[in-house]
Design a binder for this molecule. Sequence first.
Ligand code: AMP
Length: 254
Amino acid sequence: MAIRILVGVKRAIDYAVKVQVKTDKTGVVTEGVKHSMNPFDEIAVEEAIRLKEKKVAQEIIAVSCGPTQCQETLRTALALGADRAIHVEINGKDYETLQPLAISKLIAAVAKKESVDLVLLGKQAIDDDCNQTGQMVAGLLSWPQALFASKVDIKDKKAEVMREIDGGSETIRVKLPAVITTDLRLNQPRFANLPSIQKAKKKPMAKMSPSDLGVDIKPHQEYLSYEEPPKRQGGGRVSSVDELISKLKEKGLV
Ligand code: AMP
């Protein structure tokens, strides 16, 4: 029996944007800034599509939690090959203070509601660098987790997952249902073509609220302040190794 996959797709500030801290230091500037699907989630969508192409998966559901614009991210997932989408709508202040535990509860609730066999997420969102959601979804569902996957094989309701670790790799086996998070080298995501972008407009997208899922999204942490990294000091040129060493000595670095 082919499996059903839930893929989390976060709308994040595009990786190529130079992020700026707001003048009052309460957050980063998001208005007028290009957003895209979190790159690790593109890898998760690609992996789900490959599993469907291999007939291991029968259905791919994409979920995104956030403001109305998340629907663009979901349309991208649909154009790439997801079958349907779920938008958990959270706007304004509620979205600004939305934290991984709340997102994990929402994703776990959708996973239960849709009786999926696999939750595929990115290993981390590149905007907040939390690296928490996959782990917490697995905890909340009491499902096994296989994190930072660089190869995934699914057979007989079991997943064999290769993970890159210091100086090599390890392969683990987990029973489905499970949570898998994607690492950079898992695959090379495809681009959506025009016909599939058109077709995606007709694919179903359900909208729900956190209360429809019975989830309280109240934050548990307070963000106090954001700072830009220190400005880089200009470098200098040296004409020889000896000069380099004496400069390093002068600065007390050797
Ligand atoms: P994080 O724990 O925030 O680093 O996020 C890890 C992964 O969780 C992401 O790569 C996504 O797959 C998923 N995720 C995080 N936030 C959202 C969101 N707002 N909507 C859907 N999926 C999300």
